[in-house]
Design a protein around this ligand. Structure first.
Ligand code: AMP
Length: 198
């Protein structure tokens, strides 16, 4: 098959960033992570970075128009023409509509949505560990709980939309890194999304 168009979804601390990179490289598609794009812009002090820093530090969502335009530009680049793995976008219903509109203009749609299922307590424990290791400026207690609240109220509902399309693979996100990666590959394989031979 041609390269897949994938989305990975999960609460902060679910390991979606790590798994996203592994899965994307196995399928030889780029990872498009809005969180990484915002962090890179903040680190480089760009105009966008200055605009979004206070929002991301508080754990709030950057406005949809800004975020959707960034994703649209990124997906228009050559390396995403055949396939991609989205991480952290879409995150609410309006962004699902923006992505649908963009993909349907290209005659495309998502092939699968990987949901990494991790209980809230486990997410919090993992983010606390990451905060100690990496010192991310949005890993304060207040911002973490804000991000988890937004995930539950705005992001989790988008899974109903994709669920109705029959493209959601719910993956148990508790286990070793390798176990979880294997679960993802098994689920995708069951859809006929098969890895390029290594
Ligand atoms: P993440 O690394 O995915 O947790 O993203 C870090 C921060 O970037 C989030 O807390 C938001 O402030 C912002 N962000 C990332 N993706 C989005 C999105 N799709 N919509 C709005 N804000 C986003």
């Amino acid at each position: 098959m041609t390269a897949p168009r994938l989305l990975i979804v999960g609460p902060q601390g679910s390991g979606k960033g790590t798994q996203g990179v592994l899965v994307a490289s196995a399928f030889d598609v780029p990872v498009v992570s809005t969180g990484d794009i915002f962090r890179a812009n903040i680190a480089q002090g760009t105009e966008l970075g200055r605009k979004v820093q206070a929002i991301t530090d508080a754990g709030n969502l950057v406005p949809d128009e800004v975020t959707s335009e960034i994703v649209r530009d990124r997906l228009a680049q050559d390396d995403a023409a055949e396939g991609f793995l989205l991480d952290g976008y879409p995150r609410n219903a309006a962004q699902v509509r923006d992505l649908d509109a963009f993909l349907s203009d290209r005659g495309e749609q998502l092939d699968a949505v990987i949901l990494l299922d991790v209980p809230r307590e486990e997410s919090i424990a993992r983010i606390a560990k990451r905060a100690a290791e990496q010192g991310r400026s949005d890993d304060t207690e207040e911002a973490i709980s804000k991000r988890l609240d937004i995930y539950e109220s705005e992001t989790a509902p988008i899974l109903d939309v994709y669920g109705e399309r029959g493209i959601v693979d719910r993956i148990d996100g508790v286990g070793s890194l390798d176990e979880i990666t294997a679960r993802i590959f098994d689920a995708l394989e069951a859809r006929g999304i098969v890895r390029v031979a290594a």
